[in-house]
Design a protein around this ligand. Sequence first.
Ligand code: THU
Length: 159
Amino acid sequence: MEEIRIETKVTKVPYQELSQKEFELMNQAVQAATHAYAPYSKFTVGAAVLLENEVIITGSNQENAAYPSGLCAERVALFQASHQYPEVPVLALAIAAVADKQQVESISPCGACRQVLLEIEQRHGKPMKVLLCGTKEILIIESAESLLPLCFGAKDLDC
Ligand code: THU
């Protein structure tokens, strides 16, 4: 028998230590949450995607009376980025949750979003930094793959 340990490195960065780009990305994610359509959960989420060409694309969660038809903020932003700039790698994704117009503690992407992050990261062959924005600090994960160990991906379909 062999035990395999999988570790994920998460870096906690106080606001003052963020780079200008990271700070801007976080602010754009917070701002994007104001565009959410979340009448059912009342939980609004914003996401901001930084592309290699320095363009930032944002998204927010969009709910639906038929619940599974809605989409998380991360996928709204990432699919829009892939649509507008299919060839441009995603360098970073910031995620911020807002309740009653106040930013809340950091949240982490759901399983379905992690799968989408992973596919986009692998498609471009460049790590996508994930920034989980809290009220005083940000948690930074260096790649989408580290959020989804033992993942199923394009390689399993020989693509
Ligand atoms: N949601 C996101 O947009 N992103 C996350 O990372 C977690 C959850 C949305 C989905 C739904 O509209 C609401 O938050 C409550 O789950």
